[in-house]
Design a protein around this ligand. Structure first.
Ligand SMILES: NC(=O)c1ccc[n+]([C@@H]2O[C@H](COP(=O)([O-])OP(=O)(O)OC[C@H]3O[C@@H](n4cnc5c(N)ncnc54)[C@H](O)[C@@H]3O)[C@@H](O)[C@H]2O)c1
Length: 277
């Protein structure tokens, strides 16, 4: 199903850990659509993950380590990528999320603040660091596109999402604010895609994930969007067909965000009420 939508475009894909990762699927689809890519992840994730497998599937795309909280690492990544491509780039996918509080199952109401700050640094501030480094090094062409992945817990409370909710809210705000500055300065666009619950390492780390995955599926008129479908949406955002879209949070969730309740959920509630007598 390739249309060479990204023919001649060059970009960096952050966050492909294993074949379930949204970034993994996006990397494969971007190359199918004619893009040339550089792959990156945190050094520890590169040691534990399977990125070399992915590189082989992506015309031996270079793999350049970068901890997204380190400006030095990010500048090195951008510089090496431009050397590899022989010039500026057209797109960046920020597909990064991690909360030590979620990982250690520390409740939101008994949070560890050092962990909280790490969550914000890794999952939100990293987008600012990527954008600021790219602007400083003039690494992105005019009309290029930066996409970061987010979740609706930025707008509404999902208790198991913990401090990642604040991280996503901050990240979406950074996309708007930087989108303004980068748009006026260089016509670079910055958007977030708010994806349905998806079974990946980061996704399934959230407590109660299986239940809210099923709940979201039953609530959404089109069902949950898959990682492959999210990858396709990212590609459209990297393409020239979405040139005037910037500073937006784009819901990619089968209609979940605009549904109050679905018939299927009502019927489940009715069944539960009958069973309880
Ligand atoms: N899975 C879901 O249900 C879901 C839903 C909506 C949004 N998202 C978002 O999609 C994005 C990708 O997550 P995923 O579901 O594919 O899971 P994933 O676990 O495959 O990807 C998360 C990535 O973040 C990387 N990362 C963590 N710390 C880092 C650091 N310091 N520097 C650089 N990279 C770092 C990890 O190595 C990993 O590759 C995340 O932003 C996530 O919050 C996921």
């Amino acid at each position: 199903m390739a249309h060479q939508l990204l023919k001649g475009k060059k970009g960096i894909i952050f966050g492909a850990l294993d074949e379930r990762s949204i970034a993994w699927k996006t990397a494969i689809r971007a190359v199918e659509e004619g893009a040339e890519i550089v792959l990156t992840n945190a050094p520890i994730a590169l040691r534990m993950g399977k990125i070399n497998e992915l590189s082989a599937l992506c015309n031996n795309a270079p793999v350049i380590p970068a901890d997204a909280t380190s400006v030095t690492d990010l500048e090195n990544l951008l510089q090496k990528s431009m050397e590899h491509f022989g010039g500026k780039m057209d797109f960046i996918l920020h597909s990064i999320g991690m909360s030590p509080n979620v990982r250690k199952a520390i409740p939101y109401t008994d949070t560890n603040y050092d962990n909280f700050l790490k969550t914000l640094d890794i999952s939100a501030l990293s987008l600012h660091k990527v954008l600021q480094s790219a602007m400083k090094l003039d690494a992105l062409k005019e009309w290029s596109s930066v996409v970061a992945l987010t979740y609706i817990a930025a707008q509404r409370t999902f208790p198991g999402y913990n401090d990642m909710a604040e991280a996503k809210a901050l990240m979406e705000s950074i996309a708007r604010s930087f989108g303004y500055h980068y748009g006026f300065a260089k016509k670079v666009r910055v958007n977030t895609i708010s994806q349905s619950p998806t079974i990946t390492t980061a996704g399934s780390g959230v407590s109660g994930f299986d239940a809210f995955f099923t709940y979201a599926d039953k609530m959404s008129p089109l069902g949950n969007a898959t990682a492959e479908q999210c990858a396709d949406y990212c590609l459209t955002m990297f393409s020239d067909y979405t040139k005037m879209v910037t500073m937006q949070n784009l819901f990619h969730d089968g209609g979940f965000s605009n549904t109050g309740v679905s018939q299927s959920i009502i019927e489940e509630m009715e069944k539960a009420a009958q069973a309880n007598g």
